[in-house]
Design a protein around this ligand. Structure first.
Ligand code: NAD
Length: 260
């Protein structure tokens, strides 16, 4: 479905981003991976995907908190693949703290990675997409792009902003064959979240199933974590020709959380 589509997925060394990258390569896309992590592990992932799907997979450790370096990520994708057809802005971090104790530098870092990096990348890829009259931009926000929770001042602001950014860009580029959408997951079963479940179960002396149902998913109607594959399948659809009319959307995949 995505054969020959050159794709950047930020924050794709683990979790949702890696799942999206896998799903894209399975559909024939060339991928530029990004994110931090064990270099040998990332190299193995890269060559594993290339061997399995016969596509080109490259990696850049560009730090999404550094605007001056972000343009280089797009230049690298263009050097390697000749173009960028699809951009998935996924890199994100979180910090939970009462507003009066939120460290200034942590807030700035969250806004830089979770929001501003998407702006800088979109700005860099749009001219090429316009020239080819085709492009797909997907932004991985969160249910926290649609509703707030206490103690997440930076994260909620960044994710709400990401939806605003995506909608504004969508309106600007709609007549150029380019779409821009936001995906808003509730809790997703990533290695990090699985670790949190195990930690909370130990701390509260309850079962992991109780942590999921009674603590994490207290706001969700569906009491199950989304699988990474569900998010990845939605990202694949958004990048397809059949998603041509879907633009400026904020798509909740949150088990009903934000519809209360
Ligand atoms: P994760 O921690 O497993 O992955 C985050 C990725 O971002 C990693 O590859 C990491 O190396 C990368 N990253 C972090 N800082 C970076 C930086 N400065 N520059 C470049 N890369 C950087 O997290 P995840 O759960 O897979 O989350 C992915 C996205 O999905 C995030 O934007 C997150 O807010 C969002 N999200 C996750 C969940 C969930 O339940 N897991 C729910 C809603 C939204």
């Amino acid at each position: 479905m995505l054969k020959g589509k050159s794709t950047i997925v930020t924050g794709s060394s683990s979790g949702i981003g890696l799942g999206v990258a896998r799903a894209f390569t399975a559909q024939g896309a060339d991928i530029l991976l990004n994110g931090f992590g064990d270099v040998a592990q990332i190299a193995m992932t890269r060559s594993g995907l290339e061997d399995e799907y016969g596509v080109r997979v490259r990696y850049s450790g560009t730090d999404m908190s550094r605007p001056a370096e972000i343009r280089g990520l797009v230049d690298y994708a263009c050097d390697e693949f000749g173009k960028v057809d699809v951009l998935v802005n996924n890199a994100g971090i979180q910090h939970v703290s009462p507003v009066e104790e939120m460290p200034d530098e942590k807030r700035d870092e969250i806004l830089a990675i979770d929001l501003s990096s998407a702006f800088h990348l979109i700005k860099a890829v749009i001219p090429g997409m316009k020239a080819r009259r085709w492009g797909r931009i997907s932004n991985i926000a969160s249910a926290h792009g649609l509703v707030a929770s206490p103690f997440k001042t930076a994260y909620v602001v960044a994710k709400h902003g990401l939806i605003g950014l995506s909608k504004t860009v969508a309106l600007e580029v709609a007549e150029h064959g380019i779409t821009s959408n936001t995906v808003c997951p509730g809790y997703v079963k990533t290695p990090l979240v699985e670790q949190q479940i195990a930690d909370q179960a130990r701390a509260h002396k309850i079962t992991p199933a109780d942590v999921v149902r009674d603590v994490m998913l207290v706001h969700q109607a569906r009491k199950a974590l989304a699988r990474i594959e569900e998010l990845a399948a939605l990202a694949v659809f958004l990048a397809s020709d059949n998603a041509a009319s879907m633009t400026a959307a904020a798509l909740a995949m949150d088990g009903g959380w934000t519809q209360h």
